[in-house]
Design a protein around this ligand. Structure first.
Ligand code: ADP
Ligand code: MG
Length: 392
């Protein structure tokens, strides 16, 4: 076992909890640098399991599986925020270098803890969360101040891609929505008047080195990320600086080693609020694969292997377009999209995750369009949207 401060060099095994597309792209990045990867995921058909040197098919809290992973891997990381804290702690106890640790991940696992964290460190970060109230019991509803309506009720746990959320306009609607969520712990958040949405991707090494990628602008459709554009077209330099400083303060305050993404809302008033923290590489950071010197996945590898972080410099303009199962299901029959048509544009980079079954709303891949000007990139993306007949 390497000393905690020694770098973990290529040739070693790195472990990843979760075998989805993020784990798959992590695996590719690790292998490109000469590392070997062991994936822990119960799914036989996991996208990362298909490409890693080793795939342990077991539950995340299976003691024998964690022991096996620990016997192979020098370091471990996670690709999803809902990884049981227990699994990360167990690996650490077995002598594996775990980055990020369960303490860093757990804040993002629960919206109540997340909002509390963002509110507590608002002054230090310079940006805080939207006005909100925790709904835990019936009485909390009576205490909701009028100015939180219209609001968005969000379940504290397991929300993603707009799931576990409901807009409410009144106390009655709030009661109904909370009942629909079976009275689980929720956060009621004031619905803000958004001008646009952005995310800040940052990484921190074990030696407290912190790097930030340029701020990315996101468009969601039906709660799912649709496109990410970098440089962010709507942001001004002062806003970008504030957002990056806030994300850097957050990653430091969490004492977090690895890649982390913070979503922000820029309001019509010009104010900025912090929305949520993703303790891992993020969908809105996929553009880094083709537009930056170091991709977010390579950065995750570097951080957990305790080697120096890579440059986050943006070398070209870019748009990332998410590809959903819907693209296979146009005209009510299933057919492979005409990727050849898309690839006619020579600055188009196709990334598919190797998922067998396309379903509506399922993330199947993404395309990075790169170019020397934002206009060139936008044109290429619009053309692909037409070819794929994306109607969202
Ligand atoms: P998820 O975990 O599903 O990504 P988010 O909290 O990020 O949940 O919400 C999903 C989307 O809903 C956001 O990207 C934003 O478009 C919208 N949204 C969420 N909260 C608010 C809010 N307080 N005001 C206005 N829009 C919001
Ligand atoms: Mg979100």
């Amino acid at each position: 076992m390497a000393d905690r401060l020694d770098p973990i060099l290529p040739g070693s095994y790195l472990g990843i909890l979760g075998g989805g597309q993020l784990g798959r792209m992590f695996t590719h990045a690790a292998q490109a640098m000469g590392y070997k990867v062991c994936v822990l995921d119960p799914d036989v058909n996991s996208p990362a399991g298909a490409v890693a040197e080793k795939h342990i098919q077991a539950d995340y809290v299976d003691h024998a599986a964690l022991k096996e992973l620990a016997s192979i891997c020098q370091a471990a990381s996670t690709e999803f925020e809902n990884v049981p804290a227990q699994a990360l702690d167990e690996l650490e106890a077995l002598g594996v270098y775990v980055a990020p640790t369960s303490a860093g991940v757990s804040v993002a696992q629960n919206r109540v803890a997340e909002k509390k964290f963002l509110a507590t460190w608002k002054d230090e970060a310079g940006i805080g969360p939207a006005p909100h109230l925790v709904i835990e019991r019936e009485a909390d509803i009576t205490h909701v101040p009028e100015n939180l309506f219209p609001g968005i009720l969000k379940t504290a746990r397991m929300g993603y891609d707009g799931k576990g959320q409901m807009t409410v306009h009144s106390r009655d609607e709030l009661t109904q929505a909370w009942e629909k969520f079976n009275k689980v712990i929720c956060v009621l958040e004031k619905r803000m008047d958004l001008a646009f949405e952005v995310s800040a991707l940052v990484a921190r090494g074990h030696d407290d080195e912190v790097v930030a990628y340029p701020v990315a602008e996101n468009i969601h459709k039906s709660g799912i990320l649709h496109t990410t554009t970098v440089p962010a077209p709507s942001i001004n330099a002062i806003q970008e600086k504030r957002i990056i400083e806030a994300a850097k303060a957050i990653i430091r305050r969490l004492d977090y080693v690895g890649v982390l993404c913070v979503e922000f809302f820029v309001l019509k008033s010009g104010d900025i609020v912090a929305n949520e923290i993703a303790p891992r590489p993020h969908n809105s950071g996929h553009y880094t694969q083709n537009a930056c010197v170091t991709s977010q996945f390579e950065q995750q590898v570097r951080a957990m292997a305790r080697v120096p972080l890579g440059s986050t410099e943006l070398v070209q303009s870019t748009i990332m377009l998410n590809i959903l199962g819907d693209e296979w299901l146009v005209d009510k029959k299933q057919s492979e999209p005409h990727w050849d048509e898309i690839l006619k544009h020579p600055k188009t980079k196709l990334h598919l995750y190797g998922k067998a079954e396309p379903r509506h709303g399922r993330k199947m891949g993404h395309i990075n369009f790169v170019g020397s000007t934002p206009g060139e990139v936008k044109l290429a993306c619009e053309n692909a949207i037409k070819v794929l007949r994306i109607s969202r």
